[in-house]
Ligand binder design. Structure first.
Ligand code: BTN
Length: 243
């Protein structure tokens, strides 16, 4: 596995995308930056991270020889790999907030931005961006954010945490490749944040509604049991879990 370490870049996802466009690139090539000047989050948000305190990195995964029936498999691989790696550092109460935020003690410690590389209709590769809050302790104006240090009081070696995550990402991709989609889904649903608990959601128009998370479809849509006793499926554009 090739690991490129940078002091700064705009976004490690963008860096890998440029690398891929300009040269052949080995599977699992990883770019880690101490600082991103234009770190990107989901839904067009910014990703802020204190310089050299946290992990901001991206992994290139070729999918050329991968018969990927459902792209949501990639999301599950990454979420489960992160959870397993963090468990090995004894981080408590780890849950996956759909689709792939990682929470500990009800606070977000990690976000994931997956950007697929398409050739015609096929996904030929994935750029998996991971922002993991490790040693940062101040999160001004972000009451729902936390870090490994805030949760356990310990200071972590960033390289050690990154390697643990990368090893688990490889392990879970192997499982997916060997036909483990259903098993991954079972594991994913077993650690889904607020599953079977009364929850409040916001729809695309900003209206709040309540329901119970029941699971995910093979396409990665969230299955929610609504008040009229009907289970409805929502994609990322249609719903935000408010807690
Ligand atoms: C989220 O909104 O939860 C996703 C955050 C993803 C942030 C990571 S940091 C490394 C990679 N580079 C980026 O610009 N974004 C991702």
């Amino acid at each position: 596995m090739i690991i490129i370490k940078l002091n700064a870049t705009d976004s490690t996802n963008s860096y890998l995308r440029r690398l891929y466009s300009s040269s052949a690139i080995e599977d699992f090539t990883t770019v880690i930056a101490k600082k991103q000047t234009q770190g990107r989050g989901q839904r067009g948000a910014e990703w802020e991270s204190q310089e050299a305190k946290n992990l901001t990195f991206s992994v290139f995964k070729s999918l050329e020889d991968f018969s990927l029936t459902h792209p949501f498999g990639i999301s599950m691989v990454v979420a489960l790999a992160l959870r397993k790696a963090l468990q090995s550092f004894l981080i408590p109460q780890l849950y996956v907030k759909w689709p792939n935020d990682i929470l500990s003690a009800d606070k977000k410690i990690c976000g994931v931005l997956i950007e697929n590389v398409m050739k015609q209709q096929d996904i030929v590769a994935s750029i998996i961006g991971i922002g993991l809050n490790v040693n940062q302790v101040e999160f001004d104006n972000l009451p729902r954010a936390s870090s490994l240090t805030k949760i356990t009081g310990a200071i972590y070696d960033l390289d050690e945490v990154a390697l643990a995550v990368l090893n688990q990402v490889q392990y879970y991709f192997d499982l997916l490749k060997e036909g483990g989609f259903e098993n991954l889904k079972t594991e994913y649903e077993s650690c889904l944040f607020r599953k079977n608990k009364p929850s409040t959601f916001k729809d695309a128009e900003g209206l709040l509604f309540s329901g119970f998370i029941k699971g995910v479809s093979n396409f990665g849509n969230l299955q929610v049991l609504l008040e009229d006793n009907i289970i409805k499926e929502f994609d990322l554009k249609e719903i935000t879990l408010m807690y």
